[in-house]
Design a binder for this molecule. Structure first.
Ligand SMILES: *Cc1c(COP(=O)(O)O)cnc(C)c1O
Length: 448
């Protein structure tokens, strides 16, 4: 049998079955509508109770976080990000793309989450805290009454210093886990893929984190972390491809968002649909958030994932149903993109199977367009995001102008409701990028 077969079929057969793959392999920007969306399938392994449990755990840890990270004083140790109206950017998009984004446009600024400045401050930090709590309980250091400020005590640090945490990352997950892990006293090792930015590695080393660099991509870095933990019983591996705790940490975003909507009198219901555009790497961040949003808003929320044209792993895995049995390399792509947070060649099969029926669709975006959005957002709103975090902006544009996007609106009887819609672009990182890098990104040459 030829080694070029993917799950029993060759590339041409897959392209015949899914013609979109031809465009994808030519690096064209595509918009894919998920025909499995809404097919009712109960989630087997998670429930809304698990999200509540995660929210309560984060509340228990809030006094500790507030003590250790003064930037969370104003939220009393809750790690949350602002919602921002971006009307000037909306007008700019209307002008450039000659398209009216019907409804409101808001930015969810996870780029400005405290402690680690990216969406990973949700999942990554949550899983480190959960692990610390588990160890403290196992070692009889917690009754049920004390304040979790006790996690900053010498006794706890001394316990955690005997334990290791390992993770593979393209950068931001490593930052979140390294910063929180080190502050609790853990020995943290971050296995960094070739895409990881030097400043992220340096920052972690300054915090006492061991950073191991690889010349290969994300999947290999994760594999290296997994191997490190396998041979060492004191080492806990945070598995970006399979972790339910990471997923639940992300999912907590939704009930917080609902509170923010309430405060602003924003309504989401049958006549006021919510469209959310989430940059996607391996799928855990956008997948967890989608799971949370579907739990809160049901069929009134419509979630779309955004990937670089060079790394559309989640789209391919979902469309073909192959999940992690297929990679972007199988279709001739190179997984090279300036969107380092999204430089993932093979998706999480756990996430794909968990939220496949909740996802409205995926689209791809060219790196040049990411830089064009980056510059426009600085020029109009004086707001900087890292390249990965801009992928969401193309969502509302593609929804209204592609055939498949329009079909989506038709199929779900949304055309007469879109004027009441809220489009939420999820900005996933950027506030920790050093000044020199910001100018470099801003100056990036783009052909327009
Ligand atoms: C990690 C990351 C994402 C995507 O999250 P996944 O869990 O990998 O899908 C998006 N944007 C940024 C900036 C990230 O760091």
């Amino acid at each position: 049998m030829s080694s070029n077969l993917i799950a029993g079929k060759d590339v041409q057969q897959w392209k015949d079955d899914y013609p979109l793959l031809e465009k994808i392999s030519r690096l064209e920007e595509v918009f894919w509508r998920n025909i499995d969306y809404g097919t009712k399938k109960e989630m087997e392994y998670l429930s809304s109770k698990d999200i509540t449990d995660a929210l309560e755990r984060l509340e228990r840890f809030a006094p500790f976080i507030e003590t250790m990270f003064p930037e969370t004083l104003h939220t009393k140790g809750i790690i949350e990000s602002p919602l921002k109206k971006i009307n000037k950017m909306k007008n700019q998009l209307k002008h450039v793309y000659k398209i009216d984004i019907s409804g409101e446009l808001l930015l969810k600024c996870d780029s400005h989450l405290p402690i680690s400045g990216s969406i990973k401050a949700r999942g990554g930090i949550y899983e480190v805290l959960k692990h610390a709590e588990d160890l403290a309980l196992e070692n009889g250091l917690l009754t049920n009454t004390e304040s979790y400020t006790i996690f900053s005590s010498a006794r706890f640090k001394e316990l955690f210093s005997k334990y290791k945490i390992a993770v593979g990352s393209t950068g931001n997950l490593g930052l979140s886990i390294g910063i929180m892990g080190a502050s609790l006293g853990f020995q943290v090792t971050v296995h960094m893929s070739s895409d990881a930015m030097t400043w992220k590695k340096n920052l972690l080393r300054r915090k006492g984190v061991t950073v191991i660099e690889y010349q290969t991509d994300y999947s290999h870095a994760v594999e290296a972390g997994r191997r490190q933990a396998e041979t060492d019983p004191t080492c806990y591996f945070i598995d970006d491809e399979n972790s339910k705790d990471l997923f639940l940490g992300y999912a907590t975003a939704a009930s917080r968002l609902k509170e923010q909507f309430k405060k602003r009198n924003i309504i989401v219901d049958e006549d006021h649909p919510l469209f959310v555009y989430l940059p996607c790497g391996v799928g855990g961040g956008p997948g967890g958030i989608t799971y949370g949003l579907k739990t809160e808003f049901g069929e009134n929320v419509h979630c779309f994932f955004a990937e670089p044209t060079h790394s559309p792993c989640f789209l391919i895995g979902q469309m073909t149903g192959l999940h992690d049995r297929v990679s972007v390399f199988d279709f001739g792509l190179d997984n090279r993109t300036a969107a380092d947070g999204l430089a993932v060649g093979r998706p999480s099969s756990f996430v794909g199977q968990a939220i496949g029926h909740l996802l409205s669709g995926c689209y791809t975006i060219d790196d040049q367009r990411l830089f064009s959005f980056l510059r426009k957002l600085v020029d109009t709103e004086n707001l900087f995001l890292e390249p990965s975090a801009l992928a969401g902006f193309y969502g509302p544009i593609q929804l209204f102008r592609t055939i498949e996007g329009k079909k989506y609106l038709d199929c779900h009887q949304l055309n007469d409701k879109v004027s009441n819609a809220l489009h939420l672009v999820w900005a996933t990182g950027g506030s920790m990028v050093p000044k020199e890098m910001v100018s470099e990104y801003y100056e990036e040459k783009i052909e327009e």
